[in-house]
Design a protein around this ligand. Structure first.
Ligand code: ARG
Length: 586
């Protein structure tokens, strides 16, 4: 394993922890408040002086106010090679300027040990990320695309932080829609057991047709309703038809996952069925479940409707399944953190389910402690007209079509730029996919997930501004600088040294060093856009550096090539975490 390094923020926090203790021994367990800052006086700031002052003022103290407390904190900072200088500003803020030498050496060490040395550390060993989770036979729409993209990034960030992640596809494979689908299958294919994907064709169409039958023919409707009961009762023929339909859907989903480079392990709703009775029994023995109008429900403080866990017809539902899933994930899978990625419309469902789990004593009631569950909500995908994203004929937009279009648009651009003659067909295809799919993902990830976002190919495929295309160009350009220098970068890593004398070299270096704490923040707050913003700023810092510092042919060539390499390395890790395949030449 690579040498692990603590991030800069945590290193400084440790130093300040010592200083705080020495400064005011009477106040114990003060948490050091250290944050990166962009002022010209420092790179990081410690903001404890004011808070401390409010605790000691009026008591016997040598200090006359927050600035004096700040001065003392600064004086009491232990000697350290990471700090170049400190100063106190305003009401006691202690500014820290990092040592340029130490920064340079840290970056160089990362280049030698590999970027994994900068992996954040999280206080969790195992997590479930429940994402994508489309419904069988219904369309996998852009909402599921968002869940797939956001969930995959969260899983990747946690995995990088050495958390073991169970990537769960909680597919809807147990709804009442199955009665209708199964009956329709029997009706349409007398030899239904041999009816495969090719015969059934498009499952969405199949769903629509059967829905039409269901709505228009009372006889069919009745048969369909009986079919659900027979399926849930475990009757062989119905189980078999169900398996067949699920399998066709699964193949379709998997094709999308493969294109997106997303790994998932399916444990659909049906998986949790056998666990529901015991789980409800446990909740009942804890006096959580009660009868209400023929149903079994859980009343929860703060909600004006109860959580229904057994419907009045005796059937289980979405909520009973999710309660069983929480139980299973905690007890069988030993997960400490359960993360659910769905649209914000399901917020209340999860709030209620989590609250019930807290009342059952399954989850910690302290939101900062484990075991815990988090709902990662996201907004709608809108079309150019700012309404729900639909096709012209007002159909739901299919995922596969979107990916096709992104790719083909990219390919056209590449051909227009003459790459058709320069590259092999394979290179052309791969680059178009990397850029096209990357653009779709980045457009989704870059804004705060809670806001709705407008899907626009023109915007996401623009090579200027905060887009994946722009970032791919930036990365490819750095690779080309290194290539064209003709230098062996591996040799430079071990023989040469990084120097951060120029202000723009230093600013770039500082940003590189902050990679680890940014990933940590993105993980802790489950906000991929934080990482996107970091990546975009990194490319901006690089551009400034590259415009003001000559690389190839300069006296500082070795150091600057190493900085280029470090930037490309961090960019690639960001791409990886965002599920984007980097390209090395464009
Ligand atoms: N199948 C659901 C949907 O399409 C999402 C499932 C989310 N996960 C869960 N454990 N409820 O809306």
């Amino acid at each position: 394993m690579a040498n692990e390094e603590e991030n800069v923020k945590r290193k400084l926090a440790k130093l300040f922890e010592v200083a705080l203790k020495v400064t005011v021994p009477s106040v114990v367990d003060v948490e050091p408040l250290v944050a990166a800052c962009t002022g010209k006086f420092g790179d990081y700031q410690c903001n404890n002086a004011m808070g401390l002052w409010s605790k000691i003022k009026g008591k016997e103290t040598e200090f006359k106010g927050p600035p004096a407390v700040g001065q003392a904190i600064m004086r009491n900072l232990p000697q350290s090679d990471i700090i170049e200088s400190c100063s106190v500003a305003g009401p006691g803020f202690v500014n820290v300027k990092l040592s340029r030498n130490w920064m340079a050496q840290s970056i160089q060490r990362m280049l030698i040990d590999g970027i994994d040395a900068w992996a954040p550390r999280l206080p969790v060993r195992r997590a479930v990320v429940d994402f994508s989770s489309p419904n069988i036979a219904k369309e996998m729409h852009v909402g599921h695309l968002r869940s797939t993209i956001i969930g995959d990034t969260i899983a990747r960030m946690l995995e990088f932080s050495r958390v073991e992640v169970l990537r769960r596809n909680h597919v809807g494979d147990w709804g009442t829609q199955f009665g209708m689908l199964i009956e329709f299958l029997f009706e349409k294919f007398s030899n239904w057991e041999d009816a495969n994907e090719a015969a059934i064709g498009d499952l969405q169409e199949f769903y629509k047709e059967s829905k039409k039958r269901f709505d228009s023919d009372p006889d069919f409707k009745e048969r369909a309703q009986k079919a659900v009961v027979r399926l849930q009762g475990g009757e062989q023929k119905y189980r078999k038809a169900w398996t067949q339909i699920c399998e066709i859907s699964r193949n379709e989903f998997n094709r999308v996952y493969q294109r997106l480079g997303v790994q998932l392990e399916e444990k659909g709703e049906s998986f949790y069925n056998p666990y529901i009775p015991a789980v409800l029994e446990e909740l009942t023995s804890k006096n959580l479940v009660e009868d209400s109008q023929g149903a079994r429900v859980i009343f929860l403080e703060g909600f004006n409707i109860p959580l229904i866990v057994v419907k009045s017809d005796g059937g289980y539902n979405y909520a009973s399944t999710d309660l069983a899933a929480i139980w299973y994930r905690l007890n069988e899978e030993k997960a400490e953190w359960m993360i659910y990625v769905t649209d914000v419309g399901q917020q209340q469902h999860f709030d209620m389910v989590f609250k019930a789990a807290k009342r059952a004593g399954w989850l910690s009631t302290d939101d900062n402690a484990y075991p815990k569950a988090s709902h990662v909500g996201f907004g709608l995908v809108l079309g150019d007209d700012k309404k729900r994203f639909r096709t012209r004929s007002s159909e739901v937009v299919r995922l596969a079509d979107l990916l096709d279009e992104a790719k083909s648009r990219c390919k056209t651009t590449l051909i227009e730029r003459g790459k058709g003659d320069e590259w092999t067909e394979e290179e052309l295809e791969q680059t178009a996919e990397a850029i096209g799919y990357g653009a779709v993902k980045y457009a989704d990830l870059k804004s705060n997930r809670l806001t709705n976002y407008t899907f626009s190919f023109d915007q996401m495929l623009n090579d200027k501004g905060n887009t994946a295309v722009y970032l791919q160009y930036a990365h490819a350009r750095i690779c080309s600088i290194i290539r064209k220098s003709g230098k062996d970068i591996e040799e430079l890593k071990s023989m040469g040294a990084i120097v951060l004398d120029h202000a723009d070299e230093r600013a770039l270096g500082l940003h590189l060093l902050q990679f680890s704490e940014v990933v940590e923040e993105a993980c802790t707050n489950l906000l991929p856009n934080v990482l996107c913003e970091y990546l975009y700023n990194l490319s901006e810092f690089f551009t400034t550096f590259y415009s003001n510092c000559q690389v190839v042919g300069s006296a500082e060539e070795t150091s600057r090539l190493l900085l280029c390499e470090a930037t490309a390395t961090v960019m690639r890790k960001c791409f990886y975490l965002l599920g984007i395949v980097p390209v090395y030449k464009i």
